[in-house]
Design a protein around this ligand. Structure first.
Ligand SMILES: Cc1cc2nc3c(=O)[nH]c(=O)nc-3n(C[C@H](O)[C@H](O)[C@H](O)COP(=O)(O)OP(=O)(O)OC[C@H]3O[C@@H](n4cnc5c(N)ncnc54)[C@H](O)[C@@H]3O)c2cc1C
Length: 537
């Protein structure tokens, strides 16, 4: 299979790239599940953007949005990238509207919301299900585009590069090995322009707000292809994910209880009914996200309880139903009436701020390979992401990546002659028989990452995590090479690789900054304020 552009992922980054690229050549878009399975589809709050003057809220400006983003990033943002991405937000929003995304409006104007860390109203949204609306519109537009072939159930196993084939020419991407999960065949997809838009890695942790597909495949693929990876220690945890241990479906396991519930008077309490956050910060439950997440983590570790509670039972009857109907109804579906019972919550892995190192055009260290969206690290987020800046980044960088690709590697102009790509070798590998090994290792990785490498870290915990992961990596490698590939093995292989990268980056940062907090080095050290960069040799 050959295309001018090969896109991996059907979130905002992959789909918005594909729609733009279709004007310039043939596009294949691959996704490992259904097109609607993505973090994008689960986004709630909205997209931050400073619109043209007549549409923005009074007093807002690009400068103000830049300042808020730099402030959240705790000294580690790339200021030029921040200015570029935020400065181009308005144009990228216009593209989304043209693709059919309906944002909420008041008369002729977009309704603009406000979120933590933003000093003005600038969040475009579609009720509290913005991501679902973006995904709906983009998938519909892509399906209508004759130049785009959208292939669901196509799991990218590995990128193919000249270096991986042992060729002596400069390092460039040639395509990917892809498992068609319906036919169980591995197919070679050829392209000189590959856009990795495979999202984040929430599933590395026991508790996450992310869907099951967020297994860090994108970073793992790029790492094995020897691209440079940056800042994987910065994982953002959302303080209040519904704790539902008996849950079976992904929504029940990962249901987010919005920060707005605390904004409207919800209070975090422990099993004894005490408001423990007040001891940590005078703002109590309304302190910034990372402080509240750390306070909950501390309380859970101190008391040994499985969760804490978000209490709204003091609010007038009918308040939750009226103000937060989606949350109220969903909790009710899971058997909890939040007007009469406190909501059990835990912090949960939410967003990967680091990723494949790119410039502001998504360009990676491998020629022809671009990383866009949550998988990439442009420098926009630094050490902590400002709420609702990620959908913005995926959309703007997708736009810029296309322009850069057209400039550097326009379709029709092949690079220097490429080596022949060998077919996938199935060898005499057996069908996986002992699935328990996969599930056990999967569980062990997520639990150890939660216990040792989550919100509060120490040198000792990181050492323990690193040594356990070494054993797990060896076992997973043996399993991978000894069995026929299937999605579970592939995700496990990626999960263990990305867990290792998070531990490695966290170990190297000997200070606390943004989302990386360690008891052994509890302050920020400006002498150490630089990106953590790693590469496979
Ligand atoms: C509950 C929740 C709420 C959020 N709310 C907001 C918000 O209000 N505002 C905001 O800006 N951000 C929000 N975010 C973050 C935001 O949704 C994501 O950062 C963003 O959608 C990422 O988009 P993406 O295109 O990079 O990746 P994704 O949307 O995650 O898409 C990744 C795609 O890659 C595919 N894929 C992965 N691996 C492979 C593989 N090996 N082979 C083939 N395909 C593969 C996946 O199946 C998927 O289609 C939220 C996230 C969550 C989980």
């Amino acid at each position: 299979m050959t295309a001018d552009f090969l896109v991996i992922g059907t979130g905002i980054a992959g789909l918005s790239f594909a729609l733009r690229a279709a004007k310039h050549g043939t596009v294949i878009v691959l996704t490992k599940g259904e097109a609607s399975e993505s973090n994008t589809a689960w986004a709630q709050g909205g997209i931050a953007s400073v619109l043209p003057e007549s549409l923005r809220s009074a007093g807002d400006s690009v400068e103000l949005h830049v300042a808020d983003t730099l402030d959240a990033g705790a000294g580690l943002c790339d200021e030029a990238a921040v200015r570029t991405i935020i400065g181009e937000g308005g144009a990228a929003i216009e593209d989304l509207v043209n693709y059919g995304v309906h944002f909420d409006k008041e008369g002729d104007h977009f309704q603009l919301g406000k979120e933590g860390g933003h000093s003005a109203r600038r969040i475009l949204h579609a009720r509290d299900t913005t991501g679902a609306e973006v995904a709906r519109a983009l998938i519909k537009a892509v399906r209508k585009e004759p130049n785009v072939k959208l292939l669901e159930n196509h799991f990218v196993i590995d990128l193919i590069t000249t270096t991986k084939l042992g060729a002596t020419m400069d390092d460039r991407v040639l395509g990917a090995y892809v498992l068609d999960t319906a036919s169980n065949e591995v197919i070679v997809f050829r392209s000189d322009r590959v856009v990795l838009a495979a999202g984040g890695c929430g599933k590395v942790y026991l508790y996450t707000t992310n869907p099951d597909s967020a297994t860090g495949d994108g970073v793992a693929l790029a790492w094995r292809a020897r691209a440079t990876i940056a800042n994987m220690e910065f994982i953002q945890f959302h303080p209040t994910c519904f704790y539902n241990p008996g849950a079976t479906g992904p929504e029940a396991r990962s249901f987010l209880v919005s920060e707005a519930v605390r904004g409207e008077g919800g209070i975090l309490i422990n099993t004894k009914g005490e408001d423990f956050t007040k001891k940590i910060d005078p703002r109590g439950s309304l302190a910034p996200r990372d402080i509240v997440a750390r306070a909950i983590d501390r309380e859970i570790k101190r008391t040994g309880a499985a969760c804490v509670y978000l209490d709204v039972t003091h609010k007038p009857k009918g308040f939750m139903k009226e103000r937060f109907p989606h949350i109220y109804e969903t909790l009710l579906k899971f058997g909890l009436d939040c007007e009469t019972h406190p909501i059990p919550v835990v912090p949960a892995a939410h967003y990967q701020c680091g990723g494949v190192l790119t410039d502001v055009n998504g360009k990676t260290s491998i020629r022809g390979l671009y990383a866009v969206g949550e998988v990439g690290c442009t420098g926009l987020h630094g050490a902590n992401r400002l709420a609702s800046n990620s959908l913005l980044e995926g959309n703007v960088v997708a736009r810029r990546a296309l322009l850069e690709i057209l400039r550097l590697h326009p379709p029709g102009k092949q690079g220097s002659e490429a080596p022949t790509i060998p077919e996938w070798e199935y060898g005499d590998t057996a069908e996986p028989d002992e699935l328990v090994v996969i599930y056990h290792n999967w569980d062990e990785i997520r639990r150890l990452m939660w216990d040792y490498v989550s919100i509060v870290r120490t040198d000792n915990r990181l050492r323990r995590a690193s040594s356990r992961l070494k054993n797990l990596k060896r076992e997973v490698r043996e399993f991978y090479w000894g069995h026929r590939v299937n999605p579970d093995i592939l995700e496990l292989r990626n999960l263990v690789a990305v867990a290792g990268l998070i531990v490695e980056c966290a170990t190297r940062r000997k200070e606390s900054r943004g989302l990386h907090y360690t008891l052994d080095h509890p302050s920020a050290d400006d002498g150490l304020c630089q990106n953590t960069l790693i590469r496979k040799f």
